[in-house]
Design a protein around this ligand. Structure first.
Ligand code: NAP
Length: 238
């Protein structure tokens, strides 16, 4: 039985990934930052564990990984999913928001990968999946910091794939399009409808669409795939 740690597993894509990997027979630990009740509900549903951790803090990340190893004795899969977004003109973005975006969306991915690697390298096995965004591929207007962080995630994924491939670890990235989660609810129903209309497949993505990609990248069938970017975006960015 494999053990998976999913950051940002209390809701949205992370919760769907937790349920999907549990259905594949994995033991699952979900991390959250604030939403303890939602994380506990996901953990209960998958018979797993919920851990409070702000991924932008390297000390908390090390503690979280130690806890998973103490509880489950191994760690086979890491899904770096925790993320936050900020939209607005670049000249209006303050230092605090900038650090929050970079700290969570890029630094957090680095800290989590760094913390799990020693154990994965020792066992010569690991599956790491990072979450970028279509904006990390092509850049999003009024999302400069988010786009930069998500482009950084793609660079980190590719470099790490080369570095740890010889240790039997694959590192792949998912760059979703517009997915119907809380992250996009502030856009309102009209804008979401327009985005669905702009999407060649005619709808927004679901958290389950993304979870399906994660499950594939963690499956034995994806054993020769590393350093790649898989883009569940309905054709919005090709
Ligand atoms: P979401 O519904 O807003 O959920 C975000 C999750 O991240 C929550 O579980 C939240 O925990 C957690 N989180 C936020 N900051 C954290 C921190 N500092 N430390 C630990 N956990 C933290 O987001 P989503 O739509 O599922 O997105 C998941 C990932 O996919 C993100 O990386 C996002 O950038 C990426 N993505 C999303 C879309 C989209 O359209 N939705 C598109 C492309 C990429 P709490 O519940 O405790 O706050």
């Amino acid at each position: 039985m494999k053990t998976a740690l999913i950051t940002g597993g209390s809701r949205g894509i992370g919760a769907a990934v937790a349920k999907r990997l549990a259905a594949e027979g994995c033991r699952v630990a979900v991390c959250y930052r604030e939403n303890a009740e939602a994380a506990a509900a996901v953990a209960k549903e998958v018979d797993g564990a919920a851990l409070c951790c702000d991924v932008s803090d390297p000390v908390q990340v090390r503690k979280m990984v130690d806890t998973v190893l103490e509880k489950f004795c191994q760690l086979d899969i890491l899904v770096c999913n925790a993320g936050v977004a900020w939209q607005g003109l670049t000249q209006d973005m303050g230092d605090t928001d900038y650090r929050r975006i970079m700290g969570t969306d890029l630094d957090g991915v680095f800290y989590c990968c760094r913390a799990v690697l020693p154990r994965m390298i020792a066992r010569k096995y690991g599956r790491i999946v990072t979450l970028s965004s279509m904006w990390g591929q092509v850049g999003g207007s009024c999302e400069a910091a988010y786009s930069a962080a998500k482009a950084g995630v793609i660079g980190l994924t590719r470099a790490l794939a080369k570095e740890v491939g010889p240790s039997g670890i694959t590192v792949n990235c998912i760059a979703p399009g517009v997915i119907d989660t809380e992250m996009n609810q502030h856009l309102g129903p009209q804008a979401l409808r327009e985005l669905a209309d702009e999407t060649p497949l005619g709808r927004l993505g679901t958290a389950e669409d993304v979870a399906e990609c994660v499950a594939y990248l963690c499956s034995p069938g994806a054993g020769f795939l590393t350093g790649q970017v898989l883009a569940p975006n309905g054709g919005l960015v090709v």
